[in-house]
Design a protein around this ligand. Structure first.
Ligand code: ATP
Ligand code: MG
Length: 453
């Protein structure tokens, strides 16, 4: 996780050319970063084990393991670490390959000081905000046999072939990015690039240059002409993540792009046509935002062609078992514990938890269980211990008599409504009471009843 301020960020420079290494190091140091130089991808791997690193700036062409290989390895081990690759001028296909493999960005040689700083600042800012790791499509595809997940899979299969824009909605951690990947993989574009842009992580001006690219000299720092992500996605899929966070002026530009599939680079005159399939995602209530004038209606109707809703995990707790087993297997393998397994009672206990952070939270939880448990066999006691460590009171798995009991059902519903209202109001009780349509006094009584005061 990134805890550093952007200016004190630690950047690992990987370049086999010692002279270039020295130049880059001096430049980044002068700008207030904490750089470190190594001369091979192998040395870079060792360095990130030993030192804290916030970003990597790596040459592509190196003897032994090259920059792209390094990217692949890091994608497995440190998907949170942004990697910027330095590529020779005129190698845009290589840049596309790099973006496909998860590079945060690339610099085309020759570059200048302002451009490097511009890119590093942007990548670090994005990394800090989007602290979550980019998910890869799980090997078995989308896990889950709940009717909701079955429906999602059917929709993905049905719509992947076409061109229609897909809008994936759901709370944080419900698997929106996994679905976006599944759409790309199931589509005839699967051999083309899947390019992602995290719209919430970038300030407006950066978002624009990121999407549309720029011509040399378009602004300070634009030392070379650079294609934007839209161009890089040509022939493939462009995933616009957190589209609800795009400022209004950019929404207009995006609408034109999605409608016409045309764009100009910043500072450019030529209109470029692209062949791109759009997949967008958001956890925001776009309908409410439209009513408040924060999201354009025309854009909404343009992107809401195929909506896919991902319900929160607590509404498909039947999926917890399969997910937990899957995460246990994958993290077990990754952490040298291939025989790790969660027993049935422990699964029932997991399934009873509310998981406000949804599948991502469950995954992190199971990973911790796998790593911390001394025994490959994970039982109820291990789950209880980890819940306690995290300060979460363990919700007991419901017996069927309890589940079907009307009072108990009502109590559960009330509890989750209270929790949702507190979350949405950021613990502001006046606002929470209004959201729930009750008086503040009633809210207090209810909070007390449920032990939430
Ligand atoms: N159905 C699923 N099967 C397997 N793994 C899943 C599934 N859904 C989510 N995951 C895993 O859970 C984690 C979170 O998923 P993802 O990043 O796609 O969520 P998100 O909705 O994009 O979240 P956010 O809004 O926070 O970006 C990832 O590691 C992903 O691999
Ligand atoms: Mg996401």
């Amino acid at each position: 996780m990134h805890t550093t301020r952007t200016n004190a960020a630690r950047i690992l420079i990987v370049d086999d050319d010692p002279a270039l290494g020295i130049v880059l190091e001096a430049l980044l140091r002068q700008a207030g970063y904490l750089p470190r130089v190594v001369q091979s991808a192998e040395a870079a791997q060792a360095a990130i084990e030993q030192h804290a690193v916030d970003a990597i700036l790596s040459d592509v062409k190196m003897p032994g393991m090259d920059g792209l290989d390094l990217l692949t390895v890091l994608g497995e081990r440190r998907p949170d670490l942004p990697v910027v690759l330095i590529t020779a001028h005129g190698t845009v296909p290589l840049a596309v390959e790099a973006m496909k493999r998860g590079a945060a960005d690339f610099l085309l040689k020759p570059f200048d000081r302002d451009e490097i700083l511009f890119v590093m600042r942007k990548v670090l800012a994005a990394g800090e905000r989007a602290a979550s790791a980019a998910p890869r499509l799980p090997p078995g595809g989308l896990v889950g046999e709940s009717s909701a997940m079955k429906e999602v899979r059917a929709l993905v299969e049905r719509c992947a072939r076409g061109q229609a824009t897909i809008m994936i909605r759901g709370e944080s951690g419900t698997g929106k990015e996994v679905v976006a990947r599944a759409v790309h993989e199931a589509s005839p574009r699967r051999d083309g690039p899947l390019v992602k842009i995290h719209c919430a992580a970038l300030p407006e001006t950066l978002l624009e240059s990121e999407l549309f690219g720029y011509e040399r000299g378009a602004f300070t720092g634009a030392a070379t002409t650079k294609p934007g992500r839209v161009e890089l996605a040509d022939g493939g899929t462009l995933f616009l993540d957190e589209i609800g966070d795009i400022p209004l002026p950019m929404q207009v530009k995006l609408l034109r792009l999605i409608q016409e599939k045309e764009l100009e680079r910043l500072g450019g005159r030529q209109t470029l046509r692209v062949d791109v399939r759009f997949v967008v995602a958001t956890h925001r209530p776009l309908e409410q935002m439209m009513a408040r004038g924060e999201f354009r209606e025309d854009l909404f109707y343009r992107i809401n062609v195929v909506p896919i809703w991902l319900p929160p995990l607590r509404e498909r707790s039947g999926d917890v078992a399969l997910l937990a087993q899957r995460f246990c297997a994958t993290h077990g393998l990754r952490n040298g514990r291939p025989d790790a397994a969660v027993d049935d009672d422990a699964i029932a206990l997991l399934a009873a938890q509310p998981w406000p952070g949804n599948v991502r939270q469950l995954e992190n939880f199971v990973e911790r269980l796998v790593v911390l448990s001394d025994d490959p066999h994970i039982g109820v006691a291990d789950v209880e211990k980890e819940l306690a460590r995290q300060g979460v009171p363990a919700a007991r798995p419901a017996q069927s008599s309890e589940r079907l009991n009307l009072d108990e059902r009502r109590r559960q519903t009330e509890l989750s409504a209270l929790q949702d209202a507190l979350k949405e109001s950021r613990n502001n009780r006046t606002v929470a009471a209004r959201l729930l349509g009750v008086s503040r006094r009633t809210l207090y009584t209810k909070l007390e009843e449920h032990g939430l005061l």
